[in-house]
Design a protein around this ligand. Structure first.
Ligand code: PRP
Length: 216
């Protein structure tokens, strides 16, 4: 894939390129985009990382990579959690709060833990460091990339900062939410150049997404 703006290897003439996060937000994102009028076919079987969905070319990636693809113009727009945007320090245009994938970023500890927090594991080191600074904690921050709660269970860290959505992971692992650091929902983000150059496609889509129930 060529990283130059507007010259990505996955681009096809005229097609909008959408960066969408793999996993549980993917289907909800596609449903919101379809409800806003985009004709988006489901991906076929197999492991293709990008596919022509009809009205757009969909490229799939880990949610933490969505801001980079949109910022650099490989994708015209994307869907990503506010938690990820805050961690990335993103300055992307966020014209729509889709209201999807509502979750919170929380400090989590083994149930009943009372010792001082000395080490915190997280996928969100910037937000965690800022939070620890606000509460006057000198705890060390350790960066992990997934299954962060495991750090608490194994003693790698005495607390973690991670996403809580249904609370199922906490319940199943005898962990508790000690403090809520931030709230997050999925946002529709757009590349600023695309917003100007492809306003005929993006402006009506943004307006239609804003009219969806729960969106603003
Ligand atoms: C997220 C998060 C928690 C879990 C919380 O992980 O890191 O582990 O979901 O959701 P719950 O409250 O509904 O149980 P995800 O499944 O996205 O995978 P990851 O840890 O590999 O990022």
């Amino acid at each position: 894939m060529n990283g130059a703006r507007g010259d990505a290897g996955v681009r096809t003439a005229g097609a909008l390129v959408l960066a969408l996060p793999k996993g549980r937000v993917m289907e909800e994102s596609l449903a919101a985009l379809r409800a806003a009028g985009l004709r988006l076919e489901p991906r076929g079987a197999g492991r293709a990382l990008s596919y022509d969905a009809g009205d757009a070319l969909v490229i799939e990636m880990r949610n933490a990579d969505v801001p980079t693809y949109v910022e650099l113009g490989v994708a015209d727009a994307g869907v990503v959690g506010k938690d990820v945007l805050m961690e990335a320090g993103s300055r992307l245009a966020e014209p729509v709060d889709l209201g999807l994938a509502a979750c919170r970023l929380s400090l989590i500890r083994p149930r009943g833990a009372t010792t001082m927090v000395e080490r915190v594991a997280t996928k969100y080191p910037r937000l965690t460091a800022a939070y620890l600074g606000r509460i006057g904690s000198g705890a060390e921050v350790v960066k992990l990339t997934g299954n962060v709660e495991l750090a608490c269970l194994t003693g790698l860290a005495d607390a973690v900062v991670d996403v809580v959505q249904t609370g199922g992971t906490l319940r199943d692992n005898d962990l508790e939410e000690v403090d809520v650091i931030a709230h997050s929902t999925a946002r529709f983000v757009v590349n600023r150049a695309s917003l100007k150059l492809r306003s005929d496609r993006l402006r009506p889509l943004i307006e239609a997404l804003r009219r969806q129930p729960g969106a603003r």
